[in-house]
Design a binder for this molecule. Structure first.
Ligand SMILES: *[C@@H]1O[C@H](CO)[C@@H](O)[C@H](O)[C@H]1NC(C)=O
Ligand SMILES: *[C@@H]1O[C@H](CO)[C@@H](O)[C@H](O)[C@H]1NC(C)=O
Length: 463
C-alpha cells in the first residue's frame, strides 16, 4: 500500500509541476493567431550532432502566413559542412570563428564563388544554390558558429515548402536508379554501387588534411587578417556586411543599433530578408516601435533582457517575457514592441526582418522619429479621449534618441510578470466571481468617467 501511495504522490507532484511549467511557458507569450513569440534555446531541436559540429533548429510563424526555419550551425575548427542544395534563400550571421563558404548559383558559369566570413558578418545565399562551408583549419580558433534563417514558405507562390531547407548532394544523386546514373556518368556499375552503398556521412565532418581545400586558410588567411581590398579584386565583388565594422544608425551611451538593407549588402538584392543588430547597454530600452511591413525574427547573442509586445488582435493584449542568450524572439509585423536590458547586464540581439514591402520602423515617441508627432494634436486628443493639453505634454519630445536609459525597468517588468502569473493561477483555481463582478463594475465606472470627461472637453471647445 505504502509505496504505491508514495508513487502516486510523486506523480501528482510531477503533474502539477508540468502543469505549472506549461502555464508559465505557454501563457502570455503567445498571441491568438500567432505562434509563440519566444522559443528558448532549450527548445531547439537537434538536427545533427557529431564530434566535428552540431546543428540545432527552430521553427517560427508570424501569423500572416510567414513561416521561418532557423538553424544554428556550430563547426569545430578544421571541419567541413558537406555540400547541400538550398531549397530557399538563406541569410546568415556569423556569431563566432571564421571560415569559407563556397557556392555555385544557378545563373553562374562553371566556376564556384566563395566568401570568407568572420564574426559579425551577414551574407545571403540564393535558393537553388549549392554550397559548402569550411571552418578555419587553425585548431586554436573559435568554433565557427553560423545563425541562419530560411523561408519555410516559398516567397514566390506562398506555398509551404517541403520540411527541409536543403538537400544533401549525396542524397540527390543517390536517389536515381543505378542504371540511370551509370548511363548519365558513363561509368561502371561498380563505381555507382561504391557511391550508393557506402554509409552516408553526417552533415559535418573533419576537413581532410590532404585536400587542397585546406590551403585557403594557410596561404592567405581569412579576410580579417588581410586587406579588405583583396575582396574588391574578386570578380564578383562578393563581400559580407560586418556589423562590428559598420557605423551604427543610432549610437549613444545607452547602446547602438544598425539596420542593414539591400543597399548595404548587394548579396541581399532580391531577398525578402534584411538584417539588424541592437546592442543595449545596461539599464537601457529601445523606445517602443512597430514595423509596418516586416516581421522581426531576432536571436539573443549576448546577455539577457525583457521584451514587451502588444497584440493587435481583439481584445488587444500585451505580453512580456524574459529572453536570454540563444533564445529566438519573434515580433510579427504591426505589433508594437520594446526591448529592455537589466541593470547588471547588456542585451544584444541580431535579427532578420522578413519584408512584405519597404519597411521603416515607426517609433511612438522621440524627437526625430515619433510617428505620433506627425499627427494632428486635436485628432490625437480625440483618439486618446483626453484634453489636447495632455497630448501636448505627451509629445513634448524631451527625448532625442530611440535608445534610452531606463534604470530598473526590466527588473520592474519582471516583477510584474511574476505578479501576473500568480494572479492568473489564483484566478483559475478559485474562479473568483466577486473579482469578476468588481472588474465589471470598474469597467462601467471607467467608461462613465471617460464619457463625462469627453463631454466636459466638448463643452469647453464649444465655449
Ligand atoms: C544527408 O542525409 C543523411 C541521410 O539521409 C543524413 O543523415 C545527413 O544528416 C544529411 N546531411 C545533410 C547535410 O542534410
Ligand atoms: C555593446 O555596447 C557596449 C556598451 O555600449 C560595449 O561595451 C560592447 O562592446 C558592445 N558589444 C558589442 C558586441 O559590440
Amino acid at each position: 500500500m505504502k509505496p504505491k501511495a508514495v508513487v502516486s504522490k510523486a506523480a501528482m507532484q510531477l503533474l502539477l509541476l508540468l502543469w505549472c511549467f506549461v502555464a508559465v511557458e505557454g501563457g502570455g507569450q503567445e498571441f491568438p493567431g500567432v505562434g509563440p513569440l519566444i522559443v528558448t534555446k532549450e527548445r531547439r531541436s537537434t538536427v545533427v550532432s557529431t564530434a566535428s559540429g552540431e546543428i540545432t533548429a527552430v521553427d517560427v510563424r508570424d501569423g500572416y502566413g510567414g513561416a521561418y526555419h532557423l538553424q544554428f550551425i556550430t563547426m569545430a575548427p578544421s571541419s567541413l559542412f558537406l555540400p547541400v542544395l538550398l531549397h530557399t534563400d538563406m541569410v546568415f550571421y556569423v556569431q563566432s570563428g571564421s571560415g569559407r563558404v563556397t557556392y555555385i548559383e544557378e545563373d553562374e558559369n562553371d566556376e564556384t564563388e566563395h566568401i570568407d566570413v568572420v564574426r559579425g558578418d551577414i551574407y545571403r545565399l540564393e535558393k537553388g544554390s549549392v554550397f559548402y562551408v569550411q571552418s578555419h583549419p587553425d585548431p586554436t580558433r573559435d568554433n565557427l558558429r553560423i545563425h541562419a534563417i530560411f523561408n519555410a514558405v516559398d516567397t514566390d507562390n506562398t506555398k509551404e515548402l517541403p520540411a527541409a531547407a536543403y538537400s544533401n548532394i549525396s542524397d540527390l544523386v543517390g536517389g536515381f536508379e543505378d542504371k540511370v546514373l551509370q548511363t548519365a556518368f558513363g561509368v561502371s556499375e561498380e563505381t555507382i554501387l561504391a557511391i550508393k552503398w557506402v554509409e552516408k556521412p553526417p552533415s559535418i565532418v573533419p576537413l581532410p588534411h590532404t585536400s587542397k581545400t585546406v590551403s585557403f586558410g594557410a596561404l592567405r588567411g581569412i579576410r580579417s587578417l588581410t586587406a579588405d581590398d583583396e575582396e574588391v579584386t574578386n570578380k564578383k565583388k562578393t563581400k559580407a556586411f560586418n556589423f562590428f565594422k559598420a557605423k551604427p544608425d543610432v549610437e549613444n551611451c545607452n547602446g547602438w543599433s544598425t539596420a542593414l538593407s539591400h543597399k548595404d549588402l548587394k548579396a541581399l538584392k532580391g531577398s525578402n530578408f534584411e538584417a539588424f543588430m541592437v546592442n543595449l547597454s545596461r539599464s537601457s530600452m529601445m523606445g517602443p516601435y512597430w514595423n509596418p511591413k516586416a516581421t522581426e525574427i531576432a536571436i539573443v547573442i549576448q546577455g539577457r533582457g525583457v521584451v514587451e509586445a502588444v497584440s493587435i488582435g481583439k481584445p488587444s493584449r500585451e505580453t512580456r517575457f524574459k529572453a536570454k542568450e540563444g533564445d529566438v524572439v519573434v515580433v510579427p509585423r504591426l505589433h508594437p514592441v520594446t526591448q529592455l536590458s537589466y541593470n547588471n547586464e547588456g542585451f544584444i540581439l541580431v535579427g532578420f526582418s522578413s519584408l512584405v514591402g519597404k519597411n521603416r520602423p515607426q517609433f511612438f515617441a522621440g524627437k526625430k522619429r515619433s510617428a505620433l508627432r506627425i499627427l494632428d494634436r486635436e485628432v490625437l486628443a480625440m483618439a486618446f479621449n483626453v484634453p489636447t493639453a495632455i497630448v501636448e505634454e505627451l509629445l513634448a519630445a524631451r527625448v532625442e534618441s530611440t535608445i534610452l536609459a531606463c534604470t530598473s525597468c526590466a527588473e520592474e517588468l519582471e516583477g510584474r510578470m511574476k505578479e501576473g502569473s500568480k494572479g492568473d493561477e489564483e484566478h483559475e483555481q478559485e474562479e473568483d466571481d466577486d473579482e469578476d463582478e468588481e472588474r465589471e463594475a470598474w469597467k462601467v465606472d471607467e467608461e462613465a468617467r471617460r464619457e463625462a470627461e469627453r463631454e466636459m472637453w466638448m463643452l469647453q471647445k464649444l465655449v
